[in-house]
Write a protein that binds this ligand. Structure first.
Ligand SMILES: [Zn+2]
Length: 385
């Protein structure tokens, strides 16, 4: 019996004086800075790199430009983007942060109109005006104007609920009534809303040795929403739900897997409750790929409610997990298409978010088609270019 052999051998080693020797080795441990620890996996498992997506892709979550009020800065030229897009079978990029006013017009001109079908631009609220009197009343007008200027949807960043403060310094809640006309106008005008509420759950916990994103938060302590006057992650989710509930005719894309990729059961309950809610994957394959069986079941059940998205930022040094380029798309395609095991979820240097690796979902063609482009065509009215 193997067990018997093992017992006998251990007894023998102890009797022979091997135990003190083992203890001595343990005592001579090498101190190692956690940031220097770069273990190389010894697993020899299949590697199936995916150079081109199996079907045309619409990326519903990218940041080609950034806006401040009605002024934009641009992270890449259309030509720089198109080169990567053509290599990777990425037909259309949706630039969520297209700004407003003059900035929006400029972004639409530079990308959407110059390369029809390849780029789609969304508008954003003019946040610095939110505390002006009459703000609520004017929203339907400026949303309609943004649509005339070429915006195909509205993006709301986590400013709402976590950064935007009223004149008294109090955080403005996600379900603040001042924004009701904005959500309503989007429904009436047929502009989908891409909304980012909250952040990874770990950002609401102390930055200590139990925090799964310790290194990321240690590098960016300003990303933490622990303590102070911030609402909890669940309070933000509940405020968001009240918005979904109050505006049933408005289509909401809850970014980053419904803002709760750590808890797909919670996301599933929200999807069951709100037929106007959809999700995308941006910057969360590190969570999905750590729970491949749960994630696969989620994709099977909600295959009509999920869009492909990456949160890609060209030249985004701050967010290494989402720098636009060939490598980013290779990783997303590998995650969705193959059953590969234990691979990096982001371009090097890894790990930007946490020390884990992911497992591919190996989705069937019918689901891949929906996630890559069919759902976006049907729900968001975007045709793959
Ligand atoms: Zn984003």
């Amino acid at each position: 019996m193997p067990g018997g052999t093992f017992m006998k051998r251990r007894t023998f080693l102890t009797a022979a004086g091997a135990a003190p020797l083992l203890a001595q080795t343990a005592g001579a441990r090498t101190p190692l800075d956690i940031t220097a620890f770069q273990p190389r996996s010894m697993l020899e498992v299949p590697v199936n790199l995916v150079e081109r997506a199996r079907f045309p892709v619409i990326d519903v979550h990218t940041h080609i430009s950034f806006s401040k009020d009605d002024k934009n800065t641009y992270n890449a030229t259309p030509e720089e983007l198109l080169a990567v897009m053509d290599r990777r079978n990425l037909r259309t990029m949706v630039n969520l942060t297209g700004g407003c006013g003059q900035g929006l017009k400029e972004a639409v001109e530079r990308y959407d109109r110059a390369h029809p079908g390849r780029f789609v631009t969304y508008t954003e609220p003019w946040y610095s005006r939110a505390n002006e009197p009459g703000y609520a009343g004017s929203q339907a007008d400026w949303i309609a104007q943004a649509k005339r200027d070429g915006a195909r949807g509205l993006k709301v960043v986590k400013t709402l609920g976590l950064y935007l403060r009223d004149s008294g310094g109090k955080l403005v809640r996600v379900d603040d009534r001042r924004f009701d006309p904005m959500w309503e106008a989007c429904g009436t005008l047929g502009l989908p809303v891409s909304i980012h509420v909250s952040d990874p759950v770990a950002f609401f916990l102390p930055i200590d040795r139990f925090n799964e994103r310790f290194e990321e938060l240690n590098n960016h302590p300003e990303w933490s929403f622990y303590g102070k006057d911030f609402p909890s992650h669940l309070e933000l989710m509940e405020a968001r739900d009240r918005v979904f509930e109050r505006h049933p005719k408005t289509t909401f894309v809850a970014l980053h897997v419904g803002h709760y990729s750590e808890n797909l059961a919670h996301v599933a309950r929200s999807l069951d409750r709100f037929s106007n809610m959809f999700v995308e994957l941006g910057a969360r394959i590190g969570e999905l790929g750590r729970q491949p069986r749960t994630a696969r079941a989620f994709f099977e059940k909600y295959q009509d409610r999920i869009f492909f998205g990456t949160d890609a930022v060209p030249r985004g040094d701050e967010f290494p997990q989402q720098v636009f380029g060939d490598e980013l798309y290779r990783i997303y395609y590998r995650f969705l298409e193959t059953a590969d095991e234990y691979f990096d979820y982001a371009p090097a240097p890894v790990p930007p978010q946490g020390r884990w690796r992911i497992y591919g979902l190996g989705l069937p063609d019918a689901i891949l088609r929906k996630v890559y482009f069919e759902n976006a065509e049907r729900v968001l009215g975007i045709q793959a270019g």
